[in-house]
Design a protein around this ligand. Structure first.
Ligand code: C2E
Ligand code: MG
Ligand code: MG
Ligand code: MG
Length: 280
């Protein structure tokens, strides 16, 4: 079909496409412009140390500011970017923006960046990440790369090589969305990880299901046994945070602690956050 045409090739509009395909077709055509015109922005979501309730850093989340469609979320454009191959250019732009922002922050702050499987399959991926860090004069330990279980299914040797090189240089490697899909226990030992992020649907169940409490606490125990740090995603209530603290979770992220926000709002957020801590 028209959508399967080679990367960067002009595609003729096919009148037999249905409405969903048509929207996807339009977005795919516009994605190239988005990158050139600087319409890809980053929002930053706070990452908090559960034990001390102090701010550790942020996760960078891509947003597409489209002139007609408004703000488009990654769940809509990342899959399109992955199918069309634009994800490679998008990933480079995200990394560049992320490192530029990180260089403005106090040295104790970290930043996590999401990485697509296709990027890890690039032979020069690790080199480019390290070059970007060096260009901004950043300690590699301030960057955390977030991968998923599917990240290393393709070109596994190459992907693991890249990750090993990055980890050796000090870059953190998080396994994102752990607990979503099939249990990836084999991956936990095969991958050079530093952190495990527990999928938010497991956290959402915390207050009303004994089973999920058991899964979350067991995952935290397992991570500790593997000498990995643990992050809980999608923390929306104070009760969940209390549970996670008792279970020994290292970090938490979620709307209860802070929503993703543009860089301009970070100073205000940090002031409000420290005031909240002081009075807690
Ligand atoms: P993720 O990496 O697991 O990021 C967490 C997602 O959960 C974010 O959605 C965030 O806004 C949302 N979230 C955070 N706290 C809460 C909460 O308390 N409740 C609920 N309901 N949601 C919460 P977002 O920003 O829409 O991103 C969706 C996914 O898109 C990300 O999931 C990540 O897999 C992908 N993504 C985002 N930015 C990039 C990027 O730059 N590159 C790549 N390859 N993927 C990206
Ligand atoms: Mg993530
Ligand atoms: Mg996640
Ligand atoms: Mg996700």
């Amino acid at each position: 079909s028209a959508k399967r045409a080679g990367r960067g090739q002009y595609r003729f509009f096919d009148p037999s496409l249905n409405r969903v395909d048509m929207e996807e077709f339009q977005l795919e055509q516009a994605l190239g412009d988005a990158l050139r015109l600087g319409q890809i922005r980053l929002h930053f979501q706070p990452l908090v140390r559960v034990g001390s309730m102090s701010l550790a850093g942020y996760e960078a989340l891509a947003r597409w500011q489209h002139p007609q469609f408004g703000l488009i979320y990654p769940d809509r454009f990342i899959p399109i970017a992955e199918r069309s191959g634009f994800i490679l250019a998008l990933g480079r732009e995200v990394l560049r923006l992320a490192c530029r922002e990180l260089a403005q922050w106090p040295p104790e702050r970290t930043l996590a960046v999401n990485v697509s499987p296709m990027e890890l399959g690039q032979a020069d991926f690790a080199e480019r990440v390290l070059a970007e860090l060096a260009q901004q004069g950043l300690d590699p330990a301030r960057l955390e790369l977030e991968i998923t279980e599917t990240s290393v299914l393709e070109r596994q040797q190459l992907a693991i090589q890249q990750l090993c090189r990055l980890k050796a240089a000090g870059v953190g490697i998080s396994l994102d969305d752990f607990g979503k899909g099939y249990a990836g226990f084999a991956h936990l030992q095969a991958l050079p990880l530093t952190r495990l992020k527990i999928e938010r649907s497991l956290i959402a169940q915390l207050s009303n299901s004994h089973d999920d409490s058991l899964i979350v606490s067991s995952t935290i125990t397992l991570a500790k046994r593997l000498a990995l740090q643990v992050v809980a995603e999608g923390v929306e209530t104070a009760e969940q945070l209390v549970y996670l603290k008792l279970a020994g979770c290292d970090f938490a992220q979620g709307y209860h602690l802070g929503r993703p926000m543009p860089a301009e709002q970070l100073a205000e957020f940090e002031q409000a956050f420290s005031t909240m801590r002081a009075s807690a």
